[in-house]
Design a protein around this ligand. Structure first.
Ligand SMILES: Cc1ncc(COP(=O)(O)O)c(C=O)c1O
Length: 404
């Protein structure tokens, strides 16, 4: 018998969340928009095959793993695929030319690879295909990207597009604090407005060289909170802007403030439920300690359930005592340290709960973001961390929810 632990993925919820992306944008702009569904990290742990089905209507898929991008093409995805970290070496550019991947270009050496792959005959002896590139500018995140000081160097590279083998060019940046409301950042935080000011100056300058310059700015929090970013950038030659939603597609919130910005408030549906069963029940006497390190000591007699999930499955080892879990229509809590394959939960007041009772670690009843917050992390991390050994089950309906 397989271990009683499954990760249920709702394709219907993912599809619904993609629709919400377009609704958020369209209610404000009522203008066309391209959507790159971000599917890196195995679609935030939801599985590439599920993403292909759920996000069939998106305009492109964006990820960082070249081998997964190849898998998407082999699976029949014909629309654009964007490599968000760009090519890691020359061979990635060759792969991109063969499979028509769009490439983020964020450092000078990558221009050299573009040129080299135009002169190296490819293995099939055919002419290398022209690529779509997205120039990434660092406007304040200080992670990847050219800076304002590189604009002239970039412009000179763009002077001969046929030597680069490039058919279309976009401009992309990433916000450091779009999950923070415009007036709530602290002193050292670079704001969306500040990043936009730098971005707009770079855009205006490069547009003189490339009139048909596309733009891509928004992750989930920018889509949800900053819908007017494109107002000054709309231009017929460059076509519509491209959004890059990630976590919201999977029903997670990009915000810390769960009271005001829970997925439910945002109209998003959870797409992942991690469920396990109780393997054993123990009676614990007052003063007894539970698990490794005897972290939890019972203040009174308790009944506890031993649940078939642990850190080797992706349940966070640093989950503290009190982390919420859901069983038999009620919330209860984790007691004691998370082991590799097991956790222990308090079922003292849950008479109907025993061996084989199903426990939801997160899902339709218990939002992943709440569990993440209890563990001092974010829903993103929990989604991505579900281990390969956990059986994934896909359904085409919303996740079940017995919350009363
Ligand atoms: C460049 C880029 N764009 C978009 C996203 C999607 O972000 P989110 O999941 O917050 O929507 C990410 C995710 O980290 C990213 O790195």
């Amino acid at each position: 018998m397989p271990r009683p632990l499954t990760c249920e993925i709702s394709i219907a919820a993912m599809r619904h969340n993609l629709d919400r992306v377009r609704q958020y944008f369209n209610t404000v702009r009522n203008a066309p928009v391209g959507v790159w569904s971000v599917v890196k990290a195995n679609a935030y742990g939801h599985g590439l095959d599920n993403a292909l089905e759920a996000f069939a209507s998106s305009d492109g898929l964006a990820l960082v793993e070249v081998d997964y991008a190849e898998k998407l093409r082999r699976s029949g995805w014909q629309k654009p695929i964007l490599l968000l970290e760009g090519p890691f070496d020359l061979s990635d550019v060759e792969a991109a030319r063969g499979l028509d991947f769009s490439l983020v270009i964020h450092r000078g050496e990558q221009f050299a690879w573009l040129k080299q792959t135009m002169v190296i005959p490819n293995s099939a002896g055919s002419i290398p295909g022209d690529l779509e590139i997205w120039l990434k500018f660092n406007t304040g995140m200080n992670r990847l990207g050219f800076t304002e000081a590189d604009v002239e160097m970039v412009r000179s590279q763009l002077s001969n597009l046929s030597a680069l083998g490039v058919r279309s060019i976009g401009l992309v940046t990433h916000f450091a604090n779009s999950d923070v409301a415009a007036n709530q950042g602290s002193g050292s935080m670079v704001t969306v407005d500040e990043q936009m000011e730098r971005f707009t100056a770079i855009w205006a300058s490069l547009k003189k060289t490339v009139p048909q310059l596309r733009v891509s700015l928004s992750n989930s929090s920018a889509i949800l909170g900053y819908q007017h970013l494109y107002d000054g950038l709309y231009q017929s030659e460059g076509g519509f802007p491209w959004l890059r939603p990630g976590v919201m597609l999977y029903g997670g919130t990009p915000y810390d403030d769960l009271a005001a910005n829970s997925p439910k408030h945002l109209g998003l549906l959870p797409a992942m439920a991690l469920r396990a069963k109780i393997l054993s029940v123990q009676a614990i006497a007052e003063g007894d300690a539970i698990g490794y390190g005897s972290r939890f000591v019972a203040k009174q007699a308790m009944r506890v359930g031993i649940v078939a999930v642990g850190y080797a499955d992706g349940y966070p080892r640093h989950a503290p005592d009190g982390t919420p879990v859901w069983v038999a229509g009620k919330r209860t809590k984790l007691v004691g340290r998370v082991s590799m394959d097991m956790i222990v939960i308090d079922i003292t007041d849950l008479d109907t709960v025993g061996v084989d009772s199903e426990v939801e670690l997160w899902g339709g009843n218990l939002p992943i973001d709440e569990v993440a917050q209890a563990c001092g992390t974010i829903g993103y991390e929990l989604m991505c961390a579900v281990a390969p050994r956990v059986t994934r089950v896909s359904i085409d309906e919303p996740l079940s929810c017995d919350r009363v």
